[in-house]
Design a protein. Structure first.
Length: 280
């Protein structure tokens, strides 16, 4: 993927990536559960989620929040929101906006940098793993502050420690060993600086900031499970760059994954940086 610079490019990328992502997004559910817990979602009345994606844990979320609490789930990608609706067994097809009375849930397309909601509308704002994707993180944080009521809380997660996010490193490292440089892509770890992230929220007006790293392990442990990971289209495209050595590159990636489990006695997984703050 080339370096993403504009919102329409982000929308197109996630529309195209939605099926692949929805088959593996269970790997990041630890971050989302931490947000629900630390934001005390079960006590909130008007909740907004930006970048809701494919709604992997929405069956849990809709039971966790108060029945009378309104929940607005938004994303740039209509395909992601369609998958979210299917997971909740919502029969209506998603088109721009959908209200589900059973859950007091509104599903809506929205751009986190330019939200369509009035000032002081929500008492809770959630953004899981999308702040580092947007073109202007400061603008997205400012919008979160704007739409929150006084006393409202916001929670963001971004990718954390790159070294601990070993899954992201394996394929590029092996390709580099074979003298292959993958195309430049938007840096995923450009916000993985705890002090920088805290300052960004405080500069926007947030207070009572709490920020910490958290590791989310993959459940994958067998060769077959790791092979399925390596067979995702994005990885296969990377292997194809190695030409007649593509299978050799893939096998070395598989070996590194298995060694990580068997020799290091560590799970493969991803590290996140989580930040919670209040609008006072």
């Amino acid at each position: 993927m080339s370096y993403i610079q504009e919102i329409p490019e982000i929308e197109k990328y996630w529309d195209n990536f939605s099926d692949e992502y929805s088959s593996q997004d269970d790997a990041t559910n630890v971050f989302y559960l931490s947000l629900l817990n630390m934001l005390k979602v079960n006590t909130r009345k008007q909740i907004l989620e930006v970048g809701a994606g494919a709604g992997f844990l929405y069956n849990h979320t809709m039971n966790y929040k108060r029945p009378e609490a309104s929940y607005v789930a938004t994303d740039l990608s209509e395909k992601m929101l369609s998958i979210l609706c299917k997971r909740l067994q919502i029969q209506e097809g998603f088109r721009d906006q959908l209200f589900v009375e059973k859950y007091n849930l509104k599903v809506e397309k929205a751009n986190g940098e330019q939200l369509q909601y009035s000032d002081n509308t929500f008492d809770c704002y959630i953004a899981n793993l999308c702040l580092q994707i947007t073109t202007n993180p400061e603008k997205m944080i400012a919008e979160a502050f704007r739409v929150l009521q006084k006393g409202g809380v916001a929670g963001f997660t971004v990718w954390g420690d790159k070294a601990k996010s070993y899954y992201f490193n394996i394929v590029p490292e092996v390709l580099a060993k074979y003298g292959i440089q993958p195309p430049a892509s938007r840096p995923m770890f450009h916000l993985n600086d705890r002090e920088k992230l805290i300052k960004m929220l405080e500069d926007a007006g947030f207070t009572n900031v709490i920020c910490w790293n958290q590791f989310s392990p993959f459940h994958h442990q067998t060769e077959d499970e790791f092979n399925r990971l390596l067979n995702y289209p994005r990885n296969l495209e990377a292997f194809a760059m190695a030409g007649d050595k593509s299978q050799e590159v893939k096998q070395e990636c598989l070996k590194r994954m298995m060694d990580h489990i068997q020799l290091n006695k560590l799970p493969l997984g991803l590290d996140g940086l989580i930040i919670i703050a209040t609008k006072n």
